[in-house]
Structure formats: C-alpha cells, structure tokens
Design a protein around this ligand. Structure first.
Ligand code: NDP
Length: 298
C-alpha cells in the first residue's frame, strides 16, 4: 500500500508556481490576485479560507479577504461581486460555500464573471468542462486529477466508482474521469443516497472516490483488494483531548481499508492540500489568460 501524499504533491505544484512567478516578475508583469469572500463565521469555512490566503502568500500571489456579516443581504453581496468583476486588478473571485440560507448560492455563483470564476462553478465553465473544452475545473476534482498524475495512477479502462453527486465534487469528478485523455478514460459509476447495492458497487471499483461527508462510511469489505482509494470527506468530530476541540475524519475507515488498498489518501493531508494547489493553478491561469487577451487588444 502506498499513501497518496497530498502535502508532498501539492508542494511540488506550489514550487512550480513559484518558478512561474519569478518569470512573471522578470517580465515586469502583475502578479495574480485572488479575492475570497467569506460570509458569516462558520468555523470550517474560516479555516478553509485562511488556508487559501496562506497559500497565495506562499506562492507570491496577491490575495484579499472580504468578510461579510451573516445577515448581509443578497443584493449587497451581488453588488460587491459586480465591482470585483469589473476590477482589472482582480483575476480570481471565490465565494466560500456554504452561504447562509437566505442567500441563493446559485444566484451568487452565476453572478461571477466566468473568466474570474477560479472555483469553476459557473454554468459556462461547467458546460465547458462537460464538453472537454479548456476551462477552470472545480478545485477538488482538479486536485484529485493532479494527485493521480503526480503518482502516475493508471486510469485507462478502470472502473471508477464515485460516491456522492454534489456539483462541487462528485458530479464533476465523475464527468472528468469518464473523459478521454489522462487521467480519465474510466468507466464510471456515480452513487448517491438512493443507490441500491452500494456496498457491492463499491467493492467492484478499481478506483473508489468517497465524497459523501459520512465519517468512516467506506469499510474494508466495500473495497476491492488493490484498489485506489481517494477520500474526499472532511468532517469535524468533537475531541476534547485536542486543543482545537475536534479532529478531522474522512469518509473512509482508513485503518482497516489501507491494508487492502494499493493507494490511499489520508485525511488530513490527502485531497485537502490538493484542492488548494488546484485553486492556485486556476488563479494563475486566470491571470495568464488576462495578460494574453490584454496583449491581443493592445
Ligand atoms: P454534499 O453534502 O453536497 O453531497 C454529499 C453527497 O453524498 C450527496 O450526493 C449525497 O447523496 C451523497 N450521500 C450522502 N449520504 C450517502 C449515503 N449514505 N450513501 C450514498 N450517498 C450518500 O457534500 P460535498 O460533495 O460538498 O462534500 C462531501 C464531503 O467532502 C464532505 O465531507 C466535505 O466536507 C468534503 N469536502 C472536502 C473537500 C476537500 O478539499 N478535501 C472539498 C469539498 C468537500 P444525495 O445527492 O442523494 O443527497
């Protein structure tokens, strides 16, 4: 069994980006600028946004964190996004999800300029992804593809089972793995809460992607010997022995599944850091695209 070390793989991506940044600086070009919007005080969201801002600093991007009160109106939030859409100094805009119930996440996502939608959630970008056209791939599935690439995981002809069909993880993951090229060319089964015989389907997977948000859900008997197991889940479990008061748990019963798997991601230190590295790559791409079109216009 080999651990798919997301910390290590993401560091390689960040190091490569740092080199690109040095080249950018030598040409006197503007550095990429990511703006993150955080609404409310959700503890997990705070942590995720802080990691994204920190990663920007590490690779040499500019970042801005806009905090908004939980009670902010939808109108005000859309107004701020509109200003960012028009700001030539901003390359990437991300709105940390989940949003408070009174705000429609769809409306907010749809309001982001597709060229600045570095999360890849805008319908234009999702459409391009489905068609296999160049676009921003949502950060978590993109991070998983990068992790597979880093470890040269064989995907062609494999049966991939994705558990979870959310718009940000499961669904795009299933589309990407079924696409042609590498990593891809898989035969994909996507599962959800209405799937029957889930255990049997999982146990037939060469590549099993767990993205359901249920700690320890994937047990050893659900995993084929020699499978590649990617654990996307991150759930905070109360733990009074920790200073933070919680520990993180993935969707896979790691201890019992790991001995059966050929490759497996840990939680934390697997998909999480890759998601952030993928976001950095998308932000760099947004900036590079802007330079390209600006030069074409002038
Ligand atoms: P959602 O809650 O949006 O989606 C969960 C999906 O899992 C749904 O499609 C749901 O089915 C399915 N599901 C739930 N229970 C079962 C079950 N018993 N059997 C089969 N399917 C089930 O979650 P997300 O996709 O946003 O996130 C999933 C997990 O990944 C979470 O733990 C989240 O914290 C983590 N995450 C981690 C990231 C990272 O960077 N590592 C990034 C994003 C998320 P149905 O559609 O029928 O309800």
């Amino acid at each position: 069994m080999q651990i798919l070390n997301g910390k290590e793989a993401s560091q390689a991506i960040r190091d490569a980006l740092k080199l690109e940044m040095a080249q950018l600086a030598s040409r006197g070009e503007r550095v990429p600028h990511l703006v993150a919007i955080l609404v409310g005080n959700n503890g997990a969201s705070e942590t995720y946004v802080a990691s994204k801002v920190k990663a920007c600093e590490e690779v040499g991007f500019k970042s801005t964190l806009i905090r908004m009160e939980e009670a902010i109106s939808s109108f005000k939030l859309l107004d701020v996004i509109n200003d960012l859409n028009l700001d030539p100094d901003v390359d990437g805009i991300l709105v940390q999800l989940p949003l408070p119930n009174h705000i429609s996440a769809d409306e907010v996502i749809n309001s982001i300029e597709p060229e600045k939608d570095v999360d890849g959630f805008h319908p234009n970008n999702v459409g391009r992804m489905v068609l296999g056209q160049p676009t921003f791939i949502p950060a978590t599935p993109y991070g998983i593809l990068l992790l597979m690439e880093h470890y040269k995981i064989e995907t062609k002809g494999k049966h991939a089972v994705v558990v979870g069909r959310s718009n940000i993880v499961g669904r795009p993951m299933s589309i990407l793995l079924s696409g042609s090229g590498y990593p891809g060319n898989c035969t994909v089964t996507i599962c959800h809460s209405n799937t029957q015989n889930l255990e049997a389907i999982c146990s037939e997977a060469d590549i099993l992607i767990a993205a359901l948000g249920r700690p320890g859900f994937i047990k050893s008997h659900m995993v084929k010997k020699g499978a590649v197991v990617i654990d996307v889940g991150i759930t905070r479990i109360e733990d009074k022995n920790r200073k933070s008061g919680y520990r993180l748990s993935g969707d896979v019963d790691f201890e019992n599944v790991a001995p059966k798997a050929a490759f497996i991601t840990p939680v934390p230190g697997g998909v999480g850091p890759m998601t952030i590295a993928a976001l950095m790559k998308n932000t760099f791409k947004a900036c590079a695209m802007k330079h390209y079109y600006d030069e074409k216009e002038n």
